[in-house]
Design a binder for this molecule. Structure first.
Ligand SMILES: [Fe+2]
Length: 374
């Protein structure tokens, strides 16, 4: 069954067979076996499939999903290394008279790609660590000093981040005893009927002042209206051009959310930050959830104190990082000053099934401890 999404990965696989496997000094049956294993990674290219009700994510047993993840990750990781090797090959041919040591170069790339893939896949699939940040919020009242705000983003619940993984994330988050939990988008991948069980543990999140979220781009790829209902049914209050005001004693804090750009592109949801902030008293600081970080400088004009975003997955690995930075207004992971406001871009709590690999880019559960100005 031909799938147009397979064409580019197929070309990459053929290039890797020629550049990586053929030069190796191993028997031809072994070369054919390695090539077939590599080609089996193309199963990932069929991750999204069209069904009668729209796109859905291919549902395979967890062990098969992990196996194809490993092979596909190897294909992507090896690609960057092979490009470097082949540029070196061209330069060698131009300037050096001796034959290029093709076997050793391929063996080196093969070994390095295997080690990098195993490490990157482990990092991609493991339970995220907690990363804690104290953040000063101008105008924060005394009673809210020390407020614990946990942030989860890019959970991408599906066959890879299944209900067990989501449950583990929820338990680790609850162990922090957060006052508030924020989830700015990309909850899930797939149709509601296929994936609702994987996201279901989210209902176990516990936060004294509430669990709030907004949409990411992936919410719009599947049954959008169905997911909105499902996510709210799990106890997550979605803030779609809206805000809530949290208070403790005389101190107040606003949490606002705007839907992802994809909603506007698909004509489902518009983004309206003015409407989201309308009615917030001037002296009340605002935390804004916006799934993608690229509008942070524009959002800063509205006088918010802190924007929290995700979407970039922290760049995932060297080679891709600079492309992710370019596509996201220069924001990839960590803290930024964006037009005078503080922006925090989380590398994501989990992983997208399409490329579940993180090299020098661990996922995280973020914990902000809010502090008032001295
Ligand atoms: Fe996203």
């Amino acid at each position: 069954m031909f799938n147009p999404f397979m064409l580019v990965p197929l070309m990459i696989c053929l290039y890797e067979i020629l550049s990586l496997i053929v030069p190796l000094k191993i028997s031809w049956p072994l070369k054919i076996l390695c090539s077939l294993i590599l080609l089996s990674g193309l199963a990932k290219s069929m991750l999204y499939r069209r069904t009668e009700t729209g796109f859905d994510v291919l549902d395979m047993p967890y062990s098969v999903t992990v196996a194809t993840t490993l092979i596909f990750n190897f294909i992507i990781v090896a690609l960057f290394m092979l490009l470097v090797k082949d540029i070196a090959f061209i330069l060698w041919r131009l300037f050096i008279r001796h034959p290029f040591p093709g076997h050793y170069a391929s063996l080196f790339v093969f070994s390095l790609a295997i080690v990098s893939t195993l490490y990157g896949t482990y990092e991609g699939l493991r339970l995220p660590d907690v990363r804690t940040h104290e953040v000063v919020i101008p105008g924060l009242g005394r009673e809210l000093d020390g407020l614990k705000v946990a942030m989860l983003v890019d959970i991408h619940a599906d066959a890879l981040t299944d209900s067990r993984a989501v449950q583990a994330i929820v338990e680790r988050t609850n162990s922090l005893n957060p006052d508030v939990v924020l989830i700015p988008g990309d909850f899930v991948d797939g149709q509601v009927k296929s994936r609702k069980n994987d996201l279901a543990p989210l209902s176990g999140l516990r936060a004294r002042l509430g669990v709030f979220g907004t949409t990411g781009n992936h919410e719009y790829y599947f049954d959008y209206h169905g997911w909105l209902k499902e996510i709210e049914g799990l106890g997550v209050k979605l803030l779609m051009n809206e805000h809530v005001i949290l208070s403790s004693g005389d101190s107040r804090l606003a949490v606002a959310g705007i839907p992802d750009h994809t909603g506007s592109m698909m004509g489902v949801d518009g983004r309206d930050l003015t409407r989201a902030l309308d009615g917030i008293p001037e002296n009340v600081p605002v935390i804004l959830m916006d799934h993608q970080p690229r509008d942070a400088v524009k959002n800063a004009e509205h006088g918010i104190a802190l924007q929290v975003s995700g979407h970039t997955h922290g760049g995932q690995m060297p080679g891709i990082y600079s492309m992710v930075r370019k596509a996201n207004g220069g924001f990839v992971r960590g803290w930024y000053n964006a037009g005078g406001i503080r922006l925090y871009v989380s590398p994501g709590t989990s992983q997208w099934n399409g490329f579940a690999c993180r090299i020098f880019d661990p996922s995280e559960i973020t914990l902000f401890i809010l502090r008032r100005e001295d």
